[in-house]
Design a protein around this ligand. Structure first.
Ligand code: 6PG
Length: 250
């Protein structure tokens, strides 16, 4: 079970986004000074919107040294309004001076979602210089949202994708929540190999899964986000008051 001490609570979504943007900028500075580049996976959904809008104005980030990935994708064209990458591009990536070759979304123009998953694992393999049948690469930062049903990335309750240990990226059917389109997602081995994982969680619909994960011992099959516990990295849950409202041990 993730630890209650991993939680930070903010009065509202704006304060949460301001902190998340600072945290992103700090992670970028640390990674670039330690390793010369910053590898980060963005999340889809609506929770990160304010954070991305702030990051789009962040002058202090050296975007020329940033490599952008997506932790999961809906298998639709990038200009479809349901596309996670499309949203990230609109709110953030179109506004910052990042080299195009360093923006690495999950492909959605392959014949099948499975093929997209294999292709994306090869992209990771190439960027990290590690074979895709070996240990997972350690991204510097992975941002995640929490679904109202406890899912994260596109790892949905009760699905076989939750138990994949020998692939970095997998395809899956539509989840338990909309939109009802096929998904491609990082697996737990990649999420848990990250140097830093940060959940961005807003709104009262998240209050019950947050309580279940932190206080009722909900397991991975019930609330997949409970399975995110980086092996060597740090885990931070940023909640607004509404998402934290059912916690009793704040
Ligand atoms: C997706 C996401 C997903 C999201 C959660 C939370 O493709 O749907 O990546 O994991 O983060 O569903 O979504 P909201 O922020 O919209 O509640």
């Amino acid at each position: 079970m993730p630890d209650i001490h991993d939680i930070q609570i903010f009065p509202n979504g704006d304060a949460l986004a301001a902190h998340a943007a600072d945290l992103f900028a700090q992670a970028a500075r640390d990674a670039i000074s330690a390793r010369g580049r910053f590898t980060v996976a963005l999340t889809g959904g609506s929770s990160p919107h304010k954070t991305y809008e702030r990051l789009a104005q962040a002058q202090e980030i050296d975007w020329t040294s940033v490599f952008i990935f997506l932790g999961d994708e809906r298998f639709v064209p990038y200009d479809d309004e349901r596309s996670n990458y499309g949203m990230c591009r609109r709110l953030l990536l179109a506004h910052v001076p990042i080299p195009a070759a360093q923006v690495l979304p999950i492909p959605t123009d392959t014949a099948t979602p499975d093929e997209a998953a294999l292709t994306y694992a090869e992209t990771l393999s190439h960027v990290f210089g590690q074979p895709s049948d070996g240990p997972s690469p350690a991204l510097d930062l992975i941002l995640l949202g929490l679904g109202d049903d406890g899912h994260c990335a596109s790892l949905f309750p009760g699905m076989p994708t939750l138990h994949v240990t020998d692939r970095w990226v997998v395809a899956g059917p539509p989840g338990t929540l909309p939109p009802p389109v096929d998904r491609v997602t990082f697996t737990f081995p990649v999420l848990n190999a990250a140097r830093q994982v940060v959940f961005l969680v807003n709104g009262e619909k998240k209050a019950a899964p947050v309580r279940d994960i932190f206080e009722a011992g909900a397991g991975v099959d019930q609330h997949p986000a409970a399975g995110v516990q980086p092996t060597n990295g740090t885990l931070t849950w940023l909640l607004d008051e509404a998402a934290a409202s059912l916690l009793t041990k704040k």
